[in-house]
Ligand binder design. Sequence first.
Ligand code: S3P
Length: 167
Amino acid sequence: MVMMKNIVLIGLPGSGKSTLGKLLADELNCTYYDMDCVIEDNLNQSIISIFKDKGEAYFREIEYNVADKITKHNQASVIATGGGVVTMQKTMVVLKENGYTIFLNRPLNKIYADIETKNRPLLRDNIFRLESLYNQRIHLYREYADYIIDNNGEINNCLDKLIEVSN
Ligand code: S3P
Protein backbone atom coordinates (compact mmCIF):
# COMPACT_ATOMS: atom_id res chain seq x y z
CA MET A 1 0.00 0.00 0.00
CA VAL A 2 1.29 3.47 -0.82
CA MET A 3 0.27 6.06 1.73
CA MET A 4 -0.26 9.49 0.26
CA LYS A 5 -0.40 11.44 3.48
CA ASN A 6 1.25 11.32 6.86
CA ILE A 7 -0.55 9.77 9.78
CA VAL A 8 -0.24 12.10 12.74
CA LEU A 9 -1.07 10.76 16.21
CA ILE A 10 -2.24 13.28 18.80
CA GLY A 11 -3.41 12.79 22.38
CA LEU A 12 -2.48 13.16 26.01
CA PRO A 13 0.84 11.93 27.38
CA GLY A 14 0.44 8.22 27.98
CA SER A 15 -2.31 7.76 25.42
CA GLY A 16 -0.16 5.37 23.36
CA LYS A 17 1.09 7.63 20.55
CA SER A 18 4.67 6.34 20.53
CA THR A 19 3.90 2.68 21.18
CA LEU A 20 1.18 2.52 18.56
CA GLY A 21 3.01 4.84 16.16
CA LYS A 22 5.95 2.43 15.95
CA LEU A 23 3.70 -0.58 15.46
CA LEU A 24 1.66 1.22 12.81
CA ALA A 25 4.75 2.35 10.89
CA ASP A 26 6.00 -1.28 10.91
CA GLU A 27 2.65 -2.49 9.60
CA LEU A 28 2.55 0.16 6.88
CA ASN A 29 6.23 -0.24 6.14
CA CYS A 30 6.91 3.46 6.33
CA THR A 31 9.12 5.86 8.26
CA TYR A 32 8.28 6.58 11.87
CA TYR A 33 9.00 9.88 13.61
CA ASP A 34 8.63 10.52 17.29
CA MET A 35 8.72 14.33 17.44
CA ASP A 36 10.05 14.39 21.01
CA CYS A 37 12.94 12.08 20.01
CA VAL A 38 13.72 14.20 16.94
CA ILE A 39 13.85 17.30 19.18
CA GLU A 40 16.12 15.55 21.70
CA ASP A 41 18.42 14.36 18.91
CA ASN A 42 18.54 17.76 17.20
CA LEU A 43 19.33 19.65 20.40
CA ASN A 44 21.27 16.84 22.00
CA GLN A 45 19.31 17.55 25.16
CA SER A 46 16.48 15.80 26.96
CA ILE A 47 12.96 17.27 26.84
CA ILE A 48 13.05 17.72 30.58
CA SER A 49 16.21 19.79 30.49
CA ILE A 50 15.00 21.85 27.49
CA PHE A 51 11.94 22.76 29.57
CA LYS A 52 14.12 23.53 32.57
CA ASP A 53 16.72 25.62 30.71
CA LYS A 54 14.65 27.39 28.10
CA GLY A 55 11.00 27.01 29.07
CA GLU A 56 7.90 25.78 27.34
CA ALA A 57 7.57 28.63 24.79
CA TYR A 58 11.02 27.85 23.41
CA PHE A 59 10.19 24.14 23.26
CA ARG A 60 6.99 24.88 21.31
CA GLU A 61 8.97 26.82 18.68
CA ILE A 62 11.41 23.93 18.27
CA GLU A 63 8.45 21.57 18.06
CA TYR A 64 7.01 23.72 15.27
CA ASN A 65 10.31 23.70 13.34
CA VAL A 66 10.55 19.93 13.61
CA ALA A 67 6.95 19.48 12.45
CA ASP A 68 7.59 21.78 9.51
CA LYS A 69 10.70 19.85 8.50
CA ILE A 70 9.45 16.27 8.81
CA THR A 71 6.22 17.01 6.97
CA LYS A 72 8.15 18.35 3.98
CA HIS A 73 9.72 14.95 3.23
CA ASN A 74 8.50 13.26 0.11
CA GLN A 75 7.48 10.01 1.67
CA ALA A 76 4.48 9.70 3.90
CA SER A 77 5.27 8.67 7.45
CA VAL A 78 3.72 7.98 10.80
CA ILE A 79 4.33 10.83 13.24
CA ALA A 80 3.89 10.56 17.01
CA THR A 81 3.54 14.06 18.44
CA GLY A 82 4.04 15.33 21.99
CA GLY A 83 0.83 15.75 23.97
CA GLY A 84 0.96 19.54 23.90
CA VAL A 85 1.34 19.97 20.16
CA VAL A 86 -2.30 21.02 19.90
CA THR A 87 -1.59 24.17 21.93
CA MET A 88 0.32 25.70 19.02
CA GLN A 89 -1.94 26.43 16.10
CA LYS A 90 0.79 26.94 13.49
CA THR A 91 2.26 23.52 14.33
CA MET A 92 -1.11 21.88 13.81
CA VAL A 93 -1.50 23.72 10.50
CA VAL A 94 1.71 22.21 9.08
CA LEU A 95 0.92 18.76 10.47
CA LYS A 96 -2.56 18.80 8.96
CA GLU A 97 -1.41 20.16 5.60
CA ASN A 98 0.09 16.81 4.65
CA GLY A 99 -1.49 14.49 7.12
CA TYR A 100 -4.49 12.90 8.71
CA THR A 101 -4.63 13.51 12.42
CA ILE A 102 -5.82 10.75 14.66
CA PHE A 103 -6.73 11.50 18.27
CA LEU A 104 -5.87 8.52 20.44
CA ASN A 105 -8.47 8.72 23.14
CA ARG A 106 -7.39 6.82 26.24
CA PRO A 107 -9.33 7.07 29.50
CA LEU A 108 -7.49 8.94 32.25
CA ASN A 109 -7.72 6.04 34.69
CA LYS A 110 -5.90 3.79 32.21
CA ILE A 111 -3.23 6.44 31.70
CA TYR A 112 -2.80 6.86 35.47
CA ALA A 113 -2.35 3.14 35.81
CA ASP A 114 0.72 2.90 33.64
CA ILE A 115 2.21 6.30 32.86
CA GLU A 116 5.89 6.98 33.40
CA THR A 117 6.19 10.54 34.66
CA LYS A 118 9.89 10.98 35.25
CA ASN A 119 10.68 12.23 31.74
CA ARG A 120 7.53 14.26 31.40
CA PRO A 121 8.14 17.76 32.74
CA LEU A 122 4.54 18.85 32.69
CA LEU A 123 3.46 15.90 34.81
CA ARG A 124 6.44 15.26 36.98
CA ASP A 125 5.43 17.13 40.06
CA ASN A 126 1.90 15.97 40.16
CA ILE A 127 0.30 13.15 38.26
CA PHE A 128 -3.07 14.79 38.84
CA ARG A 129 -1.97 17.58 36.51
CA LEU A 130 -2.97 15.15 33.80
CA GLU A 131 -6.58 15.81 34.63
CA SER A 132 -6.11 19.54 34.20
CA LEU A 133 -4.21 19.01 30.93
CA TYR A 134 -7.13 16.87 29.81
CA ASN A 135 -9.62 19.61 30.68
CA GLN A 136 -7.57 22.28 28.94
CA ARG A 137 -6.95 20.27 25.81
CA ILE A 138 -9.82 17.90 25.14
CA HIS A 139 -11.61 20.40 22.90
CA LEU A 140 -8.38 20.91 20.90
CA TYR A 141 -7.79 17.18 20.40
CA ARG A 142 -11.35 16.82 19.17
CA GLU A 143 -11.24 19.92 16.99
CA TYR A 144 -8.00 18.96 15.25
CA ALA A 145 -8.80 15.27 14.85
CA ASP A 146 -9.71 13.85 11.47
CA TYR A 147 -10.39 10.59 13.28
CA ILE A 148 -10.89 9.70 16.92
CA ILE A 149 -9.85 6.23 17.98
CA ASP A 150 -10.40 4.85 21.46
CA ASN A 151 -7.42 3.16 23.03
CA ASN A 152 -9.15 1.61 26.00
CA GLY A 153 -8.58 -2.11 25.67
CA GLU A 154 -6.19 -4.45 23.92
CA ILE A 155 -3.43 -2.65 22.08
CA ASN A 156 -3.98 -4.83 19.02
CA ASN A 157 -7.60 -3.74 18.75
CA CYS A 158 -6.46 -0.16 18.61
CA LEU A 159 -3.73 -1.01 16.10
CA ASP A 160 -6.30 -2.72 13.87
CA LYS A 161 -8.47 0.39 13.94
CA LEU A 162 -5.46 2.56 13.09
CA ILE A 163 -4.57 0.33 10.15
CA GLU A 164 -8.15 0.51 8.94
CA VAL A 165 -8.28 4.31 8.89
CA SER A 166 -4.79 4.53 7.35
CA ASN A 167 -5.87 2.55 4.30
C1 S3P B 1 4.12 17.43 26.60
C2 S3P B 1 4.15 16.10 26.32
C3 S3P B 1 5.39 15.37 26.06
C4 S3P B 1 6.50 16.31 25.56
C5 S3P B 1 6.64 17.47 26.47
C6 S3P B 1 5.34 18.28 26.60
C7 S3P B 1 2.80 18.08 26.87
O1 S3P B 1 5.17 14.33 25.11
O2 S3P B 1 6.26 16.75 24.26
O3 S3P B 1 7.01 16.97 27.72
O4 S3P B 1 2.72 19.32 26.82
O5 S3P B 1 1.82 17.34 27.11
P1 S3P B 1 4.33 12.99 25.45
O6 S3P B 1 2.90 13.26 25.11
O7 S3P B 1 4.93 11.97 24.56
O8 S3P B 1 4.55 12.69 26.89
